[in-house]
Design a protein. Sequence first.
Length: 279
Amino acid sequence: MSLFISSLNSGSNGNCYYIGNDNEAILIDAGISCRETERRMKRSGLSMQKLRAIFITHEHTDHINGLRVLSKKYQLPVYITAATQQFCNISLEKKLIKRFKADQPVNIGDLRILAFKKEHDAGDPHSFVVSSSTVKVGIITDIGIACKQVIHHFKQCHAAFLESNYDEDMLMNGNYPYHLKRRISDGKGHLSNIQALNLFLEHRPSFMSHLILSHLSQNNNKPELVDKLFQQYAGGTRIVVASRHKETDLFMIDAGFSAVRMVRQTINKKPKQLSLFGN
Ligand SMILES: [Zn+2]
Ligand SMILES: [Zn+2]
């Protein structure tokens, strides 16, 4: 069965990703207001009535801003780990709180949601792979590095929301204080454009039809830059850059896709390390 996916918003101002089939759907994170979530889903022709649950990756506010209201209004179960909930500090209706564990899939109708642990400066951060019987979609943002787990799951995805947070030169030369530059790039913050590109080039499967570059930094990245960088290596995979301000199109993901032309290559540009003396 096909999956339908859209980023309703992506970035440090709010993250919310829609994944559904013909009968049911879930949201990964609820980082924009309930009203905006409704508005954007309506514009995409998506029904709130199809939503069955919200899964939370971690407690940072850009992932939970709209959670309380959205879950209460539509009585949506919230799948969240106990540790993340503790760090969230928001009140949720007790009967709506559900737990998940890494590597133990949760079934919601015909959707299967698998969480896996990731490297990020949060209490108990997870990424997800959502699948139907034949199709897999990864939601992989807020990762410090492309760790073994990320690679293992990315390799199996027909489509992926993948973080491409910052351009290394823009971060290094920008006016963020040194400790913040360090925090973003130290392996527990965010993935750079080059790190994302290398993951794509080294590990994408031939059946990956869509790559949706996500969680772009407002100050240290540009959508045109990311688009240009990835388009040249797309090799048949559709490249989309998710916006910080509006929803993407709704994409239908099938299992039958095979990239016309695979480009396997590694960019010879290793991620830059910040010097201890700053720069
Ligand atoms: Zn985030
Ligand atoms: Zn985060």
